[in-house]
Design a protein around this ligand. Structure first.
Ligand SMILES: Nc1ncnc2c1ncn2[C@@H]1O[C@H](COP(=O)(O)OP(=O)(O)O)[C@@H](O)[C@H]1O
Ligand SMILES: [Mg+2]
Length: 162
């Protein structure tokens, strides 16, 4: 059993600190070969979650939004697996993801916007969906409103390729 098995299901995460803490808890339990797919709108907290995850895993930061780089590798500071943090937003297809030749068995892989592409990388992965409360869509919200501490829901589920 891993932390993720215990955390499967839906959680309300009220602050960005709590989001980092969730990432830390999960990251401290991940091993090489683990793949996590993060889904959720801009500002939902995908990168914030990954920042905590990197800390828990013990890899070198800083974790930033990988907007201009498709994949960034964070080496381990504790002799463990590196973190490969990917942003699939700009990838046209799963085939392009495959072309990046990520060492999945030797890394922990976190892919923002990767849903529908993970099948190329692994037989099984964790599907993590981050949402804003119903009625508070990102459209029309200013950056301040987007960043202000506000509850998100995080739903964690195991997924397997068919
Ligand atoms: N409950 C919360 N969980 C996560 N982030 C939050 C929360 N409340 C406010 N925030 C803020 O929202 C922003 C989320 O940004 P980021 O993690 O880059 O999102 P994404 O990668 O999904 O686009 C950050 O500025 C963070 O501080
Ligand atoms: Mg991001």
């Amino acid at each position: 059993m891993t932390a993720l098995d215990d955390l499967a299901g839906r959680h309300e995460i009220r602050t960005s600190e709590a989001m980092e803490e969730l990432g830390r808890r999960i990251g401290s339990d991940l091993v090489a070969g683990d793949v996590l797919i993060l889904t959720g709108p801009l500002g939902a907290g995908k990168t914030t979650f990954t920042r905590g995850l990197a800390e828990g895993l013990g890899v070198r930061g800083p974790v930033q939004s990988p907007t201009f780089v498709i994949a960034r590798t964070h080496p381990s500071l504790v002799g463990g697996a590196p973190l490969v943090h990917m942003d699939a937003y700009r990838l046209g297809s799963a085939a392009e993801l495959d072309d990046l030749d990520v060492d999945v068995p030797g890394s922990v892989v976190v892919i923002e916007w990767g849903r529908g592409m993970a099948e190329e990388l692994a037989d099984a992965w964790w599907d993590i969906e981050l949402e804003r409360p119903v009625g508070a869509g990102t459209d029309g919200l200013s950056p301040e409103e987007l960043d202000a501490d506000a509850p998100r829901t995080v739903t964690i589920a195991r997924a397997t390729a068919r």
